[in-house]
Design a protein around this ligand. Structure first.
Ligand SMILES: C[S@@+](CC[C@H](N)C(=O)[O-])C[C@H]1O[C@@H](n2cnc3c(N)ncnc32)[C@H](O)[C@@H]1O
Length: 501
């Protein structure tokens, strides 16, 4: 068992008060932490793994197990590691100033130690002396005594100012985008892209865009709550509530878990329920419930299905509607995840004599191979994920503007294939977990060019909250753009298209 962490007593929220130099430890250096404490070492291990290309969400559970952290230490390590990854851009600006050298001139491992220290000082409630001592101890463990003097000096300088004072110190004046990028710790191109998205989707005007953008960037830095879905007909929201969750106000099939392990909930263990953003739930329901013409095939298609979150909802709703479902995924591994997600639906579909097929295939080829064969088609296109940055702490630093150019042709081809695969009178839903106009409205506009057989349906009325009301603040339509700072969901985009009968 790791030793109790006396360095984590509740304290004043960081960064709202005066300088904290006076809070420095009265301990002599020789009395300070000599070694890394397990939770901090686990957080450091994750940062190094992410630097090597790992995905934080996938990697951290194994690190927590390897370091044998109890639930309290695991929660601390998660807040420390994920918060550090999110705020890395801001902390690097602080560290550069405090160290008097660019971060490129600091050893990568030592830089990660300093980032973790900066987060404890400026972003968590860890007392300044404990943050500094533990960070020096971590430096000694991972980089040897040589680095610990440097780390000690930088930590001392960082601790001399509050977060707000550091913001005034390192955030550039004048250039709004550059300033927001540092203050809210996003790459500059992402700040520009989100500004364009707020304006492009009519969420903000020139007058309101700055405050909307700040709220959106802030929500990217706030860990998402754990949203659950009770797959329709397979589980109920009440089952999730009985297991400790709170019923969602946003999604009729949703619930929110405040703490604890979702995997311990029986309905989730048997895949009748799952962890899923409420926005994703809503758009799957919208596609499944918007009316189609009589006589369209009772056969639905999920063209980009892996790992199967939306297929799980669509499969359950297809079963209720007496429809077949084909879930297509190009990656073999992700197609296996879809199979596993759909297992409980598959068993019931077989009993109901319905066809449920998971196919490892290229969705771009389905339209030509099976023209007009489906009544409802979902294209949940591969995208930059700029609308889900709060869920993937390192994603903002991985993505590059060039990704947009790479994904664009694929997104257009998949949508064109879907439009060919849908039968007259049937519906295609095009979705992304990005609000970027280049992945949303421009893709739809281009795919509809040179076709006169498609009409755009107002999707808003099919986005109904748990009370059955149309969700608030859906804008002017016809498409729907959800926002984390407005709806509490990922920034999902959804357009509903009908092939003329
Ligand atoms: C945004 S994810 C889909 C998420 C999924 N609908 C869910 O809710 O869990 C996009 C998926 O499309 C897959 N994909 C990429 N290119 C594809 C293609 N040409 N055909 C089919 N699937 C493709 C990716 O492997 C990825 O799993």
């Amino acid at each position: 068992m790791p030793a109790p962490d006396s360095s984590r007593q509740p304290g004043r929220p960081r960064g709202r008060s005066g300088p904290r130099g006076s809070q420095r430890s009265a301990q002599k250096p020789s009395e300070r932490a000599k070694h890394a404490e397990p939770a901090r070492f686990a957080a450091y291990t994750l940062l190094r793994a992410v630097d090597d290309g790992a995905y934080a969400n996938l990697e951290f559970p194994a690190i927590i197990r390897r370091h044998r952290l109890d639930s309290r230490d695991a929660a601390f390590a998660t807040e420390l590691a994920f918060g550090t990854l999110r705020m890395q851009g801001f902390y690097d600006a602080v560290i550069e100033r405090a160290a008097g050298r660019p971060t490129s001139k600091i050893d990568a491992g030592v830089l990660d130690v300093l980032r973790l220290g900066a987060h404890q000082l400026l972003g968590m409630r860890v007392p300044a002396h404990a943050a500094a001592d533990q960070t020096v101890g971590l430096a000694r463990t991972v980089s040897g005594a040589g680095a610990s003097g440097f780390v000690n000096a930088v930590m001392r300088r960082v601790s001399e100012r509050t977060r707000d004072e550091w913001v005034s110190e390192v955030v550039p004046e004048g250039g709004a985008t550059a300033a927001l990028a540092v203050e809210y710790s996003h790459p500059e191109w992402v700040v520009s892209a989100l500004r364009g998205a707020l304006l492009g989707h009519g969420r903000a005007t020139a007058e309101t865009v700055d405050s909307e953008l700040r709220a959106l960037l802030e929500s990217d830095n706030t860990p998402a709550k754990v949203s659950l879905v009770a797959r329709p007909g397979l589980a109920t929201v009440d089952e999730l509530v009985d297991a400790g969750a709170t019923a969602s106000e946003t999604s009729p099939f949703g619930a929110v878990l405040d703490g604890g392990d979702p995997g311990a909930i029986p309905a989730i263990r048997d895949r009748r329920a799952a962890v899923q953003d409420e926005g994703s739930q809503l758009l799957a329901v919208a596609l499944a419930t918007a009316p189609v013409a009589d006589g369209v095939p009772r056969r639905w298609l999920d063209l980009c299905a892996g790992p199967g979150g939306k297929s799980g909802v669509l499969g359950a709703l297809a079963l209720e509607a007496g429809a077949d479902l084909v879930a297509v995924e190009v990656s073999e591994h992700r197609a296996d995840l879809v199979r596993s997600t759909l297992e409980p639906v598959a068993a019931r579909s077989a009993e109901a004599d319905l066809d449920l097929e998971v196919r490892t295939a290229d969705g771009r080829e389905i339209g030509e191979a099976e023209p007009a064969a489906y009544g409802r088609v979902l294209v949940d296109a591969p995208c930059t994920g700029l609308g889900a940055l709060r869920r993937r702490p390192e994603a903002r630093w991985r993505r590059q503007p060039g990704d947009l150019a790479q994904l664009g042709p694929l997104q257009r081809d998949l949508l064109r294939s879907a439009l060919d695969a849908v039968a007259p009178g049937g519906l295609v839903g095009y979705a992304t977990c990005s609000p970027h106009p280049a992945e949303t409205t421009f893709v739809v506009r281009d795919a509809l060019k040179k076709r006169d057989d498609i009409e755009v349906v107002d999707a808003r009325e099919y986005f109904r909250d748990a009370a059955g009301e149309v969700l608030h603040d859906l804008g002017d339509g016809p498409e729907v753009q959800l926002w984390p700072h407005v709806h509490g969901t990922d920034a999902m985009f959804f357009t509903l298209l009908r092939k003329k009968a």
